[in-house]
Design a protein around this ligand. Structure first.
Ligand SMILES: NC(=O)c1ccc[n+]([C@@H]2O[C@H](COP(=O)([O-])OP(=O)(O)OC[C@H]3O[C@@H](n4cnc5c(N)ncnc54)[C@H](O)[C@@H]3O)[C@@H](O)[C@H]2O)c1
Length: 506
């Protein structure tokens, strides 16, 4: 198990105390291991919040493998009945993770303002996979999956800080997963109001969460969602390291040389939404430094898909899926377009490369991160993706599966690119930590997940919803400020693939 040698030092159920005021200063860890300077030995001892009868002990003396509070799961040792708070629980990922973790025995406390439902409605769109009210979702989770370990409160993270503080105080979460932000680049580029809204909601919402964690649950780990988009696509071709430069990276200038090891890597955010994520990165990193909070900043690739075993167990348990220009993500959008016979709209050359990960694989990664909390004061970054390819290759993959397996003819169309981004660029992402340190092994292939999506989205009641949203596919939001539909640059002839004998998933 990847986390078997972690000790109480990593465990969020620990209360740290001792002769060092370690929360006051990011350097305290060194003081902890060295002489305190006043003639006495500096020390930190631990008390277990779950087993206070143990008294005070050395926080590095008990491993997760030895501790009866940590129990084996397929994703590493996990704290028994671990208290996990999910901010943004009504969203595409939040709802999926709530069911996934509840199924592993975690006690879930969810928070959401239902803002995503409102943003999509504002654009005149709707989730094409029908989603139910939170009450109906929770009822279905109880009835179908026997999960009565999910509670929920409607709270706006930014505007109702008192309510959030109260909820955190009541629950005392051991991990906080922060999905609760506006995730759309085009939405942030509509106009000044939308740009300001996205940056306030995301940056100031997260800042409030950080202060609440400092005051209420400093030992809890924060798993904060960033995006691979934070890095942009540097034309120099330098690798996209996992948030920080590796120890042996150097900066050379003239005849001098400096180590870059441990410094945050440059970011090149391609929209005001991405800028909000970069600002979050700095705020989370600083909070870990000032207050010894512990966090994984997750640079997540584009998620695609509809499947986990829990989501597929009942139509009322399905998570949302959007196809409009603001809230549909690329693979999900291409699949919906194929189903309604709308040409797959590849922006510009289609040579832009993106990191990707299937929904179910993203859930596996999140569980592994929760199971392996960072050390106090540790700000760590993971690039959470399982593959990468060009947008044109994605369109080809959707066309291939749709035409071969479902007999759906697909046209690919290059259209003007409303974004300001490099059309052709090098791309060398580094994504080693999750597989190498945390045991992540991708389970879903792009094609098998496209197949599953097509199976769901071609059902007549969903296809009817796709038809209703079809007029919202073509982008109208230009980074330049224009508001006009993009024009076609090239129609790639209908992609025909020979029908296969064997069918995916059969
Ligand atoms: N889906 C992807 O492909 C992808 C890729 C990279 C990063 N991310 C990041 O992952 C996170 C989740 O993405 P998602 O696709 O599930 O988005 P989502 O919009 O479906 O989920 C976010 C949820 O947070 C809620 N929320 C937003 N602001 C809130 C506030 N102030 N108070 C309370 N609730 C609030 C929304 O109502 C929504 O339900 C986002 O931070 C996003 O930026 C997503």
């Amino acid at each position: 198990m990847h986390n078997k040698n972690c000790t109480c030092w990593n465990c969020p159920a620990i209360d740290l105390t001792g002769s060092v005021d370690f929360r006051a200063c990011g350097q305290s860890r060194e003081v902890f291991t060295q002489d305190s300077g006043d003639g006495g030995e500096a020390y930190i001892v631990a008390e277990c919040a779950r087993r206070p009868a143990l008294g005070l002990f050395d926080p590095t003396s008990v491993t997760f493998e030895e501790c009866p509070e940590w129990q084996p799961t397929p994703y590493g040792y996990l704290l028994k009945d671990m208290r996990v708070m999910i901010l943004g629980m009504d969203g595409y990922l939040g709802w999926t993770l709530a069911l996934w973790l509840a199924n592993l025995g975690c006690k879930i406390s969810g928070v959401d303002s239902f803002a995503r439902r409102a943003w999509v409605a504002e654009r005149g769109a709707n989730s094409v996979v029908p989603i139910h009210t939170m009450d109906e979702r929770l009822k279905a989770a109880r009835e179908v999956l026997g999960l009565d370990n999910i509670q929920f409160r409607q709270i706006d993270i930014l505007k109702q800080r008192d309510l959030l503080r109260q909820f955190i105080e009541e629950v005392r979460p051991e991990a906080i997963v922060h999905y609760g932000e506006c995730p759309s680049a085009p939405y942030s580029m509509i106009d000044l109001d939308h740009a300001s809204y996205v940056q306030q909601n995301n940056v100031l919402g997260t800042l409030g969460v950080l202060f609440m964690m400092r005051d209420l649950v400093p030992e809890a780990s924060l798993i904060k969602l960033g995006t691979m988009g934070e890095y942009g696509t540097p034309l120099t071709g330098r690798p996209l390291f996992e948030g920080m430069f590796p120890a042996d990276a150097v900066l050379k200038w003239g005849d001098r040389e400096w180590s870059l090891g441990g410094e945050l890597t440059p970011r090149d955010p391609p929209s005001f939404y991405h800028v909000s994520k970069v600002q979050d990165t700095y705020n989370v990193c600083e909070a870990c430094k000032y207050w010894w909070l512990r966090s994984y900043d997750v640079m997540q690739g584009i998620i695609y898909g509809v499947h986990t075993p829990q989501l597929a167990a009942d139509p009322r348990l399905r998570t949302r899926l959007d196809m409009d220009e603001c809230f549909g993500t690329v693979v999900n959008r291409f699949v919906t377009q194929a189903v309604v016979g709308f040409p797959l709209t590849v922006f510009g050359s289609g040579e832009q490369i993106r990191g990707l990960i299937a929904l179910e694989d993203a859930m596996q990664c999140m569980t592994r991160l929760i199971a392996h909390p960072p050390e106090p004061g540790q700000y760590d970054v993971v690039n959470q993706m399982s593959s990468y390819c060009s947008v044109r290759q994605l369109a080809d993959a959707v066309a291939r599966v749709a035409s071969r397996e479902f007999g759906i003819p697909v046209v690919i169309q290059r259209v003007e690119n409303p974004r300001v981004e490099a059309d052709i660029h090098p791309y060398e992402p580094v994504y080693n930590k999750l597989p190498d340190r945390l045991g992540f092994q991708p389970q879903a292939s792009l094609e098998s997940e496209i197949y599953r999506m097509l199976e769901l989205l071609t059902q007549p009641h969903i296809k009817a919803r796709l038809e209703e949203n079809k007029h919202l596919i073509l982008p109208r939001t230009w980074w330049s400020g224009f508001k006009r539909p993009v024009e076609t640059l090239e129609v790639v002839e209908e992609v025909k693939y020979e029908p296969r004998v064997a069918v995916y998933g059969s």
